[in-house]
Unconditional design. Structure first.
Length: 146
């Protein structure tokens, strides 16, 4: 049985459109894991974050964030006399949002560590946010964990 060329074009168009619709449904249903929840609200609070970054830059002793290979941990050192009243450190993996984790800072301690047991190596964004004597401070740094 021979198929008419007009019928062949219509069948090819239907197959192609079905393929495109299937791809759209698959791609819209799968999240890439790189979006941050509440990004719009975070954008609205950007001025507060900039002020906190300025506060951290003018702080007497600079906040030091570094990898300690012997301890297998990330060290956060605020400098003598600059212990936070409260705050948290957020470690973000740029390649996978599901690996991000947050740890609260211990008040009154100027040097703290974040254990790295069971975590992946690679590039991490470390965001430290804390309050000290009624002022808000913020510092972000990239850290390469071997």
């Amino acid at each position: 049985m021979r198929i008419n060329w007009g019928t062949g074009i219509v069948v090819a168009m239907i197959v192609f459109m079905s393929f495109i619709v299937t791809l759209v449904v698959i791609m819209s249903g799968s999240g890439d894991g790189l979006e941050e929840a509440g990004y719009y609200e975070k954008g609205n609070r950007h001025d507060e974050k900039l002020q906190a970054m300025q506060n951290a830059a003018t702080l007497g002793a600079a906040l030091e964030i570094k990898w300690l290979p012997a301890a297998g941990a990330v060290s956060i050192h605020f400098g003598n006399g600059n212990a936070p009243d409260s705050g948290s450190v957020l470690l973000k993996r740029p390649s996978d949002l599901k690996l991000d984790f947050k740890q609260n800072l211990q008040p009154g301690t100027d040097s703290q560590t974040v254990s790295w047991a069971g975590r992946q190596s690679g590039l991490w964004n470390v965001e430290c946010s804390w309050h000290q004597q009624g002022k808000r401070y913020f510092k972000a740094q990239q850290l390469l964990i071997p």
